[in-house]
Design a protein around this ligand. Sequence first.
Ligand SMILES: C[S@@+](CC[C@H](N)C(=O)[O-])C[C@H]1O[C@@H](n2cnc3c(N)ncnc32)[C@H](O)[C@@H]1O
Length: 295
Amino acid sequence: MPDSDPLDDVVLALELAARGDTDGAAEAARLAAERGSLLGRAVHTFLVGVSADGDDVYAFPEAFQAFIRGGGNVELYRATSAFLATGFPGVHSLLDIGVGDGLALVRALAQATMPEQIRLLEPSAEMVARAAEGVRTVTGRDPVVDGRRLQDLVADDSWEAVDLAEATFALHTLPPDTRSEALAALAPRVGRLQLVEFDVHLPEPGSLEHTRELVARYEIGLAEYDDTRDLVAQGFLVPVLLGQLAPGAVRATWEQPAAAWAEQLTGAGFTDIEIVPVADYWWSPAFGLRARGRA
Ligand SMILES: C[S@@+](CC[C@H](N)C(=O)[O-])C[C@H]1O[C@@H](n2cnc3c(N)ncnc32)[C@H](O)[C@@H]1O
């Protein structure tokens, strides 16, 4: 009889973790690891508590920064910056929402006509300091640094409307209802919006097929890293994965298909929505979206 797939043990581990059986999950992950699964090894290490701390994955950004600078993210970010840059001509004021450490934005600025006023919105103090430094280096000007969340910015009427707002892989960090409210408050304050997100199609959450898909995709993603694999897995990928499944875990992503993004933005008052492919990627294909606001 052929051996069963070690990824089946990772699936079992995640199902047990989703039911709160951490010990059982750790044991299943250990068996998968013994049989060669990178994800099994990463989940086992995380569950036995070597580095699990339940914190916000962006609060201590070293792992996220290693993640976006390796594997398939190299091409993904190159294509993302190129997409952003094509939206800059004619733009005087730019708001980047959830700019992170500025990797996508700074490279876009370096290849385009630069907006004169740049506002960086980013709750992680460490990451936004790095983004601000990058913007200063390429533009020679200081950006406005705003450490608030999008929902806090739009609740405040005192900031000036901008020609262009943009977000790369950032709006999926807001829960759907919060995101709809924030986008509705944003639409009258921006001339145009550009986004890069993942076009995520997955089986019904909670189903075995859903867990199988997550495992298959994350195993491929982890294999793209070498020297930084442990850091990326423990500090970012495994917490994000378990955050989608385990009860009480801190959820970090609420993704959806490109068509659902378009629908959500239309409902929030954006118009003239255009969607273009940006890059293939192990998790899901990335797309760019442009829309008109009402400022
Ligand atoms: C996946 S990262 C993307 C960072 C960056 N835009 C990039 O492309 O590398 C998501 C970012 O959104 C930020 N974020 C999380 N919640 C947010 C919110 N409510 N408002 C604004 N930014 C948020 C996180 O701190 C993080 O830097």
